[in-house]
Design a protein around this ligand. Sequence first.
Ligand code: MSP
Length: 491
Amino acid sequence: MKKYITTPIYYVNDVPHIGHAYTTIAADVLARYYKGKGDDVFFLTGTDEHGAKIAEAAKKAGMTPKEFADELAPKFADTWQKLNIDYSEFFRTTNPEHEKLVADFVKNLQDKGFVEKRSYEGLYCVACERYYKESELIEGKCPDHKTEPIKQSEENYFFLLSKLSDKLLEKIESGQFQIGPDSRKNEVISKVKSGLEDVSISRAAVEWGIPYPGDEAQTIYVWIDALLNYYTATKIYDKPDLWPADLHLMAKDILWFHAVIWPAMLIALELPLPKKVFAHGFFTINGAKMSKSVGNVIDPNEMAEIYGADVLRYALFREFPFGEDGDISKEKIAGHYTDLANTLGNLVQRTISMIIKYEIDIDESTSSRSLTSNNISKGLDTGIVRALPTGRQAKRELDVDKEIENLQFNKALEKVMTLAAEQNQYINENAPWELAKTNQSEKIAKVLDKVFFNLKNISEMIEPFMPEISEKMKKQLETLAPKPLFPKIEN
Ligand code: MSP
């Protein structure tokens, strides 16, 4: 089956931080999971390079916006590589093919009667790249950036969003266009019901953008340009069957654009809507909003260097539920490293060491995966404490797949780690070293064989989250050459 999964395209006004990494890793987890199931996955990420925000950052750096974007975009791609993110294509909005397709798209909207020129006065927040209503501000300031928006008045082209609310509502309420989580879907529905305002889709004051078709004094609003990436990509990479996307992932900050403006644009042009948009939560760092001025920005590259990319990936999704707000910190990431070392690392190490020490022959064809309930009770009869579910049973009982499909990443990881902890306990309870004293080699073999098989399953179940660790684990189980998966970190 085809699966088209996207992340937001990130602004190149600065280097990637751990917030960007969060969404991109989530998309990678899903992409790897579906690839593992044999689906034909296309995973798109990239950078959003036009608009006032980028132009300002470039100016500060003494570069042209294009030079600046050319310097920053590869930093995102490099970081994703370091984080074991295996995207299909990296999209840049300065791609001339995209620029042309966007202009065509806007012209089409206009030809179909969905655009009108009006004079406009509004309060613009450059950091958000959007207008605010007075009532949306907190003490006159942008609720997100706590800065005063600038009053802008100009003639703009407007997309007649208000005309499309009924059609949009119908698509949402019928489930043809899904919005997750449910709580956010309900928020969107009630906002749409309370009335949609038309959106300005051009800027007279912004030079760094795609020229507005038929009026070169204006540029296309950066959000219109950016949202279209999901669709123009299917043309640029010559994948006509890719559209509609299966899932657009993002945080709640930009859900409105994805759940209202984007589908409305597609409805206007009679194009199929993405199947689902999902907004995860926003996380703070040590309880505070991540910002340069607070000095709490976490560099994902640094975390990957210290703990390994996979531990960062694990920590981000183990820490709090995907979809809810949460908090992360360097200390929490370090804590997860220790947990992984004590549970999973230790389990792999001791199991393989004992298999070697007690000269256990792990025979793939006869080991525990073929233990029927009959065999399990035989195991119990011979005095083995607590029969563990065998690998395949464990997998079914845990149903980690369902958790991943429902985007319950923390639950998926919790289940796998509980299984690992249970194996450790099972070994302790059956104490092969004690059995060895009385030469009960058959019992030792049974215990280790079972754990071994569960370990093989664990190595598969963690693959979407920890691809590198998974591969190392598989290799060690195959060659029976143990090496610490999470070595002690020297400070
Ligand atoms: N360029 C637009 C997106 C256009 S998509 C057509 C944009 N870029 S951004 O660089 O600001 O990225 C915003 C996204 O980064 C969020 O929606 C989320 O995916 C991610 N995150 C940034 N900070 C984050 C947190 N602190 N917590 C969780 N996600 C975070 O908006």
